[in-house]
Design a protein around this ligand. Structure first.
Ligand code: SF4
Ligand code: SF4
Length: 174
């Protein structure tokens, strides 16, 4: 008799289990648009945190060749030369060896004119190690700075005298 009871209990349990599974499947089918199941990257990229460290960039138009970044870099991957004196001082050469860089941000923090900054660009490839030796004198157009007042609740410092800059409304996103 007990064997018959156990048989019918298992049948009922199996039926209830199937019902629960169908309920979960049906609920996900109806409500799936409100649930993130799979993020379709790169079509739908996630927003990056404002202080995300992407590619390091030096805007050589602002740089005054003070050497502070090169002195501060713990792995000596910044090399530069400068020309001129006082306010007219500018870099003559400025390279960063990204084979060595460890994205510690120290160079950004010491730069007195905010010419060095971390961009939000991270989808980059280099086909060989020589390409990781980047000459910034080639780039006269600086990419947009990611930190903007409207997306940073508190002022975040990217250098000793940093101001939070808001890009002009008509500036193009790179
Ligand atoms: S982020 Fe750090 S390791 Fe890279 S260049 Fe700057 S100081 Fe050097
Ligand atoms: S600290 Fe800034 S201004 Fe000075 S050399 Fe480096 S990038 Fe240029």
């Amino acid at each position: 008799m007990k064997a018959v009871q156990r048989y019918f209990k298992e049948v009922v349990d199996a039926f209830v289990t199937v019902l629960i599974g169908m309920y979960v499947t049906g609920r996900e089918f109806v409500d799936h648009k409100n649930r993130v199941v799979t993020q379709e990257y790169p079509k739908e990229p996630s927003p990056l945190p404002p202080r995300f460290r992407g590619m390091l960039f030096n805007d050589v138009n602002k740089c005054i060749a003070c050497f502070l970044c090169a002195k501060e870099c713990p792995v000596d991957c910044i090399e530069l030369t400068g020309v001129g004196k006082g306010k007219a001082r500018r870099p003559d050469t400025f390279t960063i060896d990204f084979n060595k860089c460890m994205w510690c941000n120290l160079c950004v923090e010491v730069c007195p004119v905010e010419s060095l900054y971390m961009t939000h660009e991270f989808e980059v490839i280099f086909r060989n190690r020589r390409d990781l030796f980047v000459d910034f004198m080639k780039y006269q157009q600086a990419p947009p700075r990611p930190i903007a007042e409207e997306i940073v609740p508190e002022k975040q410092w990217v250098g000793p005298q940093a101001r939070v800059e808001t890009p002009p409304p008509d500036s193009e996103e790179a």
